[in-house]
Write a protein that binds this ligand. Structure first.
Ligand SMILES: O=C(O)CCC(=O)C(=O)O
Length: 271
């Protein structure tokens, strides 16, 4: 498979409207790839909390429209990163009016293949953690060659989420992010850990640039099921393209069957 991770620079000197159009062109340029991946909240920036409300869009909004069209034009599976999604008030759902950090995946004909609402919100008692609602559903997407498991940024710190995805059949874990430069060492370490412990590919796509005073780490990374780094970006905007053998997941799990030794149902010790 060939995957291209688009490590987009998210700076305040470019409008959301211009960035959408620029990113759509970049996606079109990836014709020939099997899978294209964008970062988390690349329209606003993951730390531009004050823009979430103003730039929030319905699931089927301007970003959806442009990305669906770009995926179809390029003929690629597109993980379009995430958007600040607003659930319309009064739509009858329990989340009516709320914001979510929602990832979108499109198939090569431009149809929506999946939407994933980020489960672990970042910020403790500030920022995303108070401005957005939490998702509650694990999401996998079947491609012809592999099954994707979806997670977003801070989710990377929660191994139980990834185990759930593996139990649901995931072989390639896709993690769009807006990871800050300050904790870049954690990003690389956790991406490799999730790959090794789950014997899966990890495709982790971050942003470049700086927004709301937070310099971004860049350094998008692709790790194979043995924990080897197949490709790693630098700090700036970059298209990181990698070829990988999807069958290596099954081969690794068969040759070194550690996942079969999981001890389920362990009780938490009483204090
Ligand atoms: O966990 C981290 O260090 C970064 C997480 C983050 O920036 C996010 O989820 O938006």
């Amino acid at each position: 498979m060939r995957a291209s991770l688009l490590q987009i620079a998210v700076d305040e000197d470019e409008s959301v409207h211009s960035r959408r159009r620029r990113v759509a062109s970049l996606v079109r340029e990836q014709a020939g790839a099997d899978l294209v991946v964008l970062p988390e909240l690349w329209t606003t920036g993951a730390f531009a909390f004050e823009s979430f409300e103003a730039e929030a869009e319905p699931l089927h909004g301007p970003t959806y429209e442009l990305m669906a069209e770009a995926a179809a034009d390029a003929g690629v599976w597109l993980h379009a990163g995430s958007i600040p999604e607003r659930v319309p008030a009064g739509d009858g759902s329990s989340g009516g009016g709320a914001l979510y950090n929602t990832s979108l995946v499109f198939s090569p004909d431009g149809a929506r293949a999946a939407a994933y609402r980020k489960i672990h919100r970042f910020g403790f008692d500030k920022g995303e953690a108070v401005l957005m609602g939490a998702g509650s559903e694990l999401v996998t997407v079947g491609l012809p060659e592999t099954t994707l498991g979806l997670a977003t940024c801070y989710d990377l710190r929660f191994p139980e989420l990834f185990r759930g995805l593996v139990d649901a059949g995931a072989e390639t874990l896709v993690v769009p992010a807006g990871w800050p430069e300050r904790r870049r060492a954690h990003w690389t370490l956790l991406a490799r850990a999730r790959a090794v412990e789950n014997q899966a590919y990890v495709l982790a796509c971050g942003t470049a640039g700086a927004h709301a005073g937070v310099p971004q780490a860049g350094h998008s990374i692709v790790v194979d099921p043995w924990g080897e780094v197949l490709a790693e970006a630098g700090p700036g905007e970059q298209v990181l393209t990698v070829e990988f053998d999807a069958a290596k997941v099954a081969a690794t799990r068969e040759q070194f069957p550690a996942l079969k030794d999981r001890l389920l149902g362990l009780e938490t010790p009483r204090r």
